[in-house]
Structure formats: C-alpha cells, structure tokens
Write a protein of this length. Sequence first.
Length: 203
Amino acid sequence: MEKFVKVTGIAAPMDRINIDTDMIIPKLHLRTIKRTGLGKVVFDELRFNEDGTEKPDFILNKEPYRRSEIIVAGDNFGCGSSREHAPWALLDFGIRSVISTSFADIFYNNCFKNGILPVIVNEDELKALMADASDSENPELTVDLEAETITRPNGATIKFKIDPFRRKCLLEGLDDIGLTLAKEEKISNFEIQQRESQPWLYL
C-alpha cells in the first residue's frame, strides 16, 4: 500500500450529503476483484451520459478538477452498501484524501486499508474548505498526516485527529497484509518452536 504522509493537490467540492457507495462505484462495475482500472468509472452515473459522453456539469469533468487528489464532501460520505470497490475506484482516479463532517463506518475503515485518508472536520471548517475548493482559480489544499493539519490556500490551518494506530499504518504504508508480514520473524519462530514441541501437527 502506498504511504500517505502529505498530499498537496486540487480539492474537488462535492457539496451534497449522503454520497453513497453506489454513486461512487455503481454495482454494474463490481464484477472485478482487481483494484486497478476502476478510476475511469468512479462516479460513473454522475460523470457520464448513457452514450458515454461526459456530463459537463459534474465537478470532475471540469478543469482543474479533473486532476483532483482531494474531495471536500457533505455529511455522511460513503454511506450505503459496504463495497471496498468504492475506495479502490477513488484511489485509482487519484483521490488520496476525502474531507467531510462524517463518514459511514465501513467506508471509513476501508479507506485506511487502501491508502486513502478520510478527515473529519466540523461544519464551520467544512464550509470554509468547501469555499476554498469551489474557487477554481486556486482550489489547492495540503493535507498533512504527520502534522494532522489541513492548510488552506490563504495559509490558515485546520487541525484534525486520527487514531494513532491508523495514522501509523498510513504513514508506513501498512495494510492488513503488510501488518502481518511485519511480524514474519515472530511467526516463523513460533512455527519452528511448534514443530519441535508438537510435531504431530505437521504430519
């Protein structure tokens, strides 16, 4: 998993509540178990017409937001069915952080397992960041996990808190498999000792 330390990038404003996982990645595209290639269909029904042409009013179809790395969204982002394809699709598009006042629990947890940083702010902070992101002349934010800050275009900072264990995993790029492999020596030593003390288990 790619480490997340600090990201400076274009922030796309999505000023609507309850953006669910079916909006992020419609069920039509859940037939793959590959984590790559889903960026082209993220927000598929919002981005494209039935004939495949772009909907010009959708934020990610506008400049400079086609290159967004951050989303500033309304309350309860990622609600709906528990599909890990949602963070896969966001990440494949290039999104590294989502900022909102709240997230659905399963989506929130899946973000950390896939290298995306979900940041919770209060309503006033979200309004300020939404205004920043809506300024297409300078919609750039910096999300710094080490410092636990968001830096706005005017230089002001907003503090946030992340669970220390999740913060460590993102900073070091450790998903569930990475966490297990980090204990590879202890696992190997245990197996050696068990083979000696309980050899019948390995027959």
